[in-house]
Design a protein around this ligand. Structure first.
Ligand SMILES: [Zn+2]
Length: 103
């Protein structure tokens, strides 16, 4: 997690330390290593992981990928066809313009 710890300190103000790696609280406010309940199947309340960190991360990734594909498809649809050289037309034009120069 990022941001600040936010735990209420002895002065009554939110703690401004940054949270411990992978935790929401700083080292002094419950984010110390090996503190807290086990994650995943090791936790007694674990059911199927559908709403776990890995599943949420996967859903976030798939959604972002889908949005990116839509964006690309829309960009392709907007691209003006005139910018794409049409080989058949260029060849025909070359033949027409060369007609008068032939002997
Ligand atoms: Zn703190």
């Amino acid at each position: 997690m990022d941001g600040t710890c936010g735990a209420k300190n002895r002065g009554g103000l939110p703690c401004r330390r940054s949270p411990a790696v992978g935790k929401r609280r700083c080292r002094l406010h419950g984010g110390a290593p090996r503190s807290g309940a086990p994650l995943g199947e090791a936790n007694g309340n674990y059911r199927h992981g559908r709403y776990g960190r890995a599943a949420k991360e996967l859903r976030r990734k798939l959604l972002a990928e889908g949005i990116e594909r839509l964006r690309q498809a829309e960009a392709r649809a907007r691209a003006p066809r005139a910018l794409v050289p049409n080989l058949a037309t260029t060849d025909a034009l070359a033949r027409i313009t060369n007609e008068g120069t032939k002997t």
